[in-house]
Design a protein around this ligand. Structure first.
Ligand code: AN0
Ligand code: CP
Length: 312
């Protein structure tokens, strides 16, 4: 593995999930592996889980970790050949090479514009970093994917599934803000690559990019989708087609205990942060069926598995 940006960077998903579970049993087992190595984490956007769990993962492997709020440094220019006479003080060409001299691995969080679909779906900023960095890069949520979240989700599903091929439902839910499609794209590509049975349910107009959902069943009736499900993964996303827009404001899509009762004793999942009583009722979040805290816990071991592979 050269970089970690998508499930397509992973040779063997099952093995990586197993490694995560092994590291969970004994997080400090490879404490020597990262000795005198430096992990630099750059955040262009807010984070609680990714920031702390990736830092913790590096520390568990014995690495030194430097975390930077990238918006507080010089403003970067990403375009080639421009006359740099605006507010952008530093070109990515120098910046990525400079950071690479201080780092053995670089992590990057960069959200989409939600206005420039082409730029976002090229994963422009992440790929500019990859182009100019000279060390491995780890996506800590890019414009279109969130692979560390999805790996943690696959670890969580592995721990809780009672069938070889569980029925997994990815359900759109309401949210006051237009959000990225990254978590949903990523969850779809990882569940499908893992060979699971995936149903995606959302109001018409919220179809995700086919690039990540090929092989999934699309069901516009949320209640029908929930029937017999083993896992309900809830997330809001803005429209892909009508790019970055909110199509409807339908509170009836909130997940509640009545909908959960249609499942086959299904577990509830969400990447967090989650808006209580908008996306899902507090009752579901506080119920035995909720895996959200364990998902967040598994972020450490997912990141540790990835960093371990990259350090090798
Ligand atoms: C972000 C998103 O939807 O991509 C981060 C989730 C991990 N969520 C919010 O901005 C609320
Ligand atoms: N799930 C997740 O990535 O959370 P943060 O945005 O807090 O990192």
């Amino acid at each position: 593995m050269k970089n970690f940006t998508s499930v397509t960077d992973v040779k063997n998903i099952k093995k990586l999930v197993k490694l995560g579970l092994k590291l969970k049993q004994n997080p400090l087992r490879f404490k020597e592996l990262g000795k005198d190595k430096t992990l630099v984490l750059l955040f262009f956007n807010p984070s609680l889980r990714t920031r702390l769990s990736t830092q913790k993962a590096g520390m568990n492997l014995g690495m030194n970790v430097i975390v930077m709020n990238a918006n507080q440094g010089w403003k970067f220019e990403f375009e080639d050949g421009v006359i740099m006479n605006t507010d952008k003080a530093e070109h990515i060409k120098e910046a990525a090479k400079v950071i690479s001299q201080y780092a053995d691995i670089i992590g990057l969080r960069t959200f989409p514009t939600l206005t420039d679909k082409e730029r976002d779906y090229q994963d422009f900023i992440l790929n500019k970093f990859i182009e100019h960095a000279t060390v491995p890069m780890v996506s800590m949520e890019s414009a279109i994917l969130h692979p560390l979240q999805s790996l943690a989700d696959m670890i969580t599903i592995q721990e809780h599934k009672t069938k070889e091929k569980p029925k997994i439902v990815l359900s759109w839910a309401p949210h006051p803000k237009a959000l990225p499609q990254a978590v949903s794209n990523s969850f779809a590509e990882w569940t499908l690559a893992s060979g699971y049975d995936l149903t995606i349910t959302h109001p018409p107009g919220y179809e995700l990019s086919k690039k990540f959902t090929k092989g999934a069943t699309i069901e516009y009736n949320q209640q029908k989708a929930f029937e017999g499900a083993d896992f309900i993964y809830t997330k809001n996303w803005s429209s892909f087609k009508n790019y970055g827009q909110k199509e409807i404001e339908d509170a009836s899509w909130m997940v509640n205990t009545r909908k959960m009762s249609l499942t086959d004793n299904g577990k509830f999942m969400h990447c967090l942060p989650v808006r209580r009583n908008v996306v899902v009722t507090g009752k579901v979040l506080d119920s035995e069926a909720s895996l959200v805290i364990e998902q967040a816990n598994n972020r450490t071991f997912a990141a540790q598995a990835v960093l371990k592979q990259l350090l090798k």
